[in-house]
Each structure stands twice: as structure tokens, then as C-alpha cells.
Design a protein around this ligand. Sequence first.
Ligand SMILES: [Mg+2]
Length: 342
Amino acid sequence: MKSNFPEKKRPLILVTDDDPVMRKMICHRMKQDGYRIIEASNGQECLDAYQLESPDMILLDAMMPVMDGFTCCQLLSKMIRSEHSRRKSDSLHDDSPLSQTDQILASIERTPILMVTGLDDTESVDYAFEMGATDFIRKPIHWAVLRQRVRRLIQQSNLYQQLEIANAELKRMAILDGLTQLANRRYFDEYLDQQWKIMEEKQLPLALILCDIDFFKFYNDTYGHQDGDSCLIQVAKALTDEVKRLGDLVARYGGEEMAIILPDTNGEGAFFLAQKIRERINSLQVEHSASPINQYLTLSLGVASVIPSPVDSPQNLIKFADSALYLAKQNGRNRSILYTVD
Ligand SMILES: [Mg+2]
């Protein structure tokens, strides 16, 4: 039978059987149906191959020496489940709709296990399911039945993988601003809270830079909203290019305001970065004929840094950075101001 799958997407089946003749027969049939095959001749080989190759499904003989299929099945489903919980660990809140899709994913087997059993009593069938098998087939194998079961389980595995991709994309969309691809406001709030707690525990400074594009309304009025959008994208890119440390976060705070969260950064360090960003925007020389202060696009930046304490709050850090930004605007814009307690 000719394969229905494009070469690279041909599903991978892990065939485990201690009987070499039986294994060859199963593999031969599976290859005929267009699947790629890896073979294992005992339970341990099966576990190793699973970890190495992450197959789309597993065909598992129940009766094998050393480690029988039931034990192997139990260990496999443990591995598959822990793999799943590792993947979902980056979800936002436990009550978010995204965590609900995670739960749906958890209820489907990512890597279905089809047990091949020669035993004819219901007890061992029950046992197979108890050990985490997705389905079973009896020896002697009825090849047409095997083909249908495999096809269905491969479909299930594909469905899982598609859901997983869609879910990852949804998660990305939930935390990103669609236009600039920076973190969105929602994720900014969450990340600031999170870093606040971490820096409070470590007693390290947490810095925040608020950036505002000078006279952006005039820019939009003069060049139109489409150019306004590309201007925002350009500024966002400049910010991301300058902010290089892992753990720093650039976010779109609102309209033409962007924010940078800098864990473990004091006021001087954050101010230095703010100046670099401002200079970089200047050097881009984006025409802004409607700006009363410059022929090119400029930024005003407010900088603040505090060592978080239980009596303080992230909202105060925002307030400090905001009042520094206000001062930067008051003092003629195209400048950075570091908040200091007066
Ligand atoms: Mg056997």
C-alpha cells in the first residue's frame, strides 16, 4: 500500500516485542501502511527508545521476559504524563481558559500505547488499561483490526500534537501585543508582580523605565495611522535590541508608551540604559516634521528603582517612574530622568 503521508510527517511507531519473528511481521505490516518504525525487543529498550525518539505511538507486547509489557506500560505512561506536565508549566493562571485547554490535553494520551496480548482473560485486559494502555489487540493478530486500531490511535496522536501547537500559539497571543510583538499590558502587570516578590525576597533593586514617544499624536496626524503603527514597531524593535539581559522585559504599556522591567538593577544602571535607548532612537533619524522640539522622532523616559519591601508595592514603582517621565516631559522632552526622593 502506498503511503498517504508526506515523507517528513510519516508517523513513527515504536514496535516492542521479544519475539523477533512476530516483531518483523508487525514491522512489515506497519511499513506497508506507510509508517516509520523503530524496534525494541524488551521493556527497557522500549523505554530508552521512547525517550530518544519520541514516537507517535507505541505497540507493546504484553508477555516479555525481564520486564513484562504491563510494567513497561506503567512506566511509559508515567513518563508521558510527566512530559505533559512539564510542557504545561508555563501556563498563566490555574483558572485561565488556557489552563482549561491544558486540562483537555491532559485527558488525551499524547503517545497512545496499544498493548498486544496473547492472554484471553478479561482480567489482563483490565490490567492493561489500569497500567495506562490506550487500547489492546489480541494475538494471533488480525491484521485488518490492527491496521484500524493503529490508524485511529495515530489520528488521536496527531490531534493531540495539533492541539498542543494551537495551545502554544494561544499562550503566545495571550501575553503579546499584536502590533509590536512586545509583552502586552496584562503580562507586564503579572511580570512586575512576580519580579517584585522575587527581588523583595532577595533584597535586590527592581528598576522600571517608562518610555513615551514625544508628540506621537502629531506624528499620527501628520503621517497617518499606518505610519504611526510602523513607527511604534520601529521603536519597539530598538528597545528590544538594547535590552539584552535574560529576565528583563520590554512591554507595550499603553498607546505609545512602552515599559521596561529590569530585575536586579539600580537607578544608575537603569538610567544608563534609558540614555542608550534615547540615543538609539535619535540615531534612527525617523522624520517627525510635526515635532516642535526636533526634526526627528524622540523619546522621553522616566526611570525608577527600588528595593521592594512589604510596606511598598509595584504600583509605587510605577508611580515613581511615571513622575520621572512627567518631569522629563516638563523639562523639554527628548531626555531621561531618574526618580529621586526629594
Ligand atoms: Mg512476547
